[in-house]
Ligand binder design. Sequence first.
Ligand code: RB5
Length: 148
Amino acid sequence: MKIAIGSDHAGVELKAHIISFLEKEGVQVFDKGPVSEKSVDYPDYAKQVVGAIQDEEAEYGILICGTGIGMSIACNRYDFIRGALVRSALEAKLSREHNDANILCLGARITPEDQALECVKVFLETSFSQEERHIRRLDKLGCGCCEI
Ligand code: RB5
């Protein structure tokens, strides 16, 4: 599995923990930055992770900012992206099963590290349900990914 990950300054520390967790699990991780906690703008890093998915460098993305809200707004402006702002393992599971989310958005200032890692684990081990009603709903979003 190939994952692209990015953050803003508020998410750098959590990003490092997630990368270390994923690498131990044998996941290939593309770190799109930033490398320091110097203030940056979250849309710039959302764009990098989106680009990795659109170019098929990665299958899924993870985006982290302080709340996760900025990153979820930013990534959902692009074609082929279904970003889900997730706070719990249940939301991580349902975002994959029902929404076929391809970017997990996390809020480093909201969600404790152990909970965030659980969200990552569940997100990556859960598949889209492939149920017709969910495919139909995704198709209505016009995100460019789905065919009935
Ligand atoms: C940065 O201070 C903060 O605004 C940002 O990380 C994010 O929470 C925006 O949605």
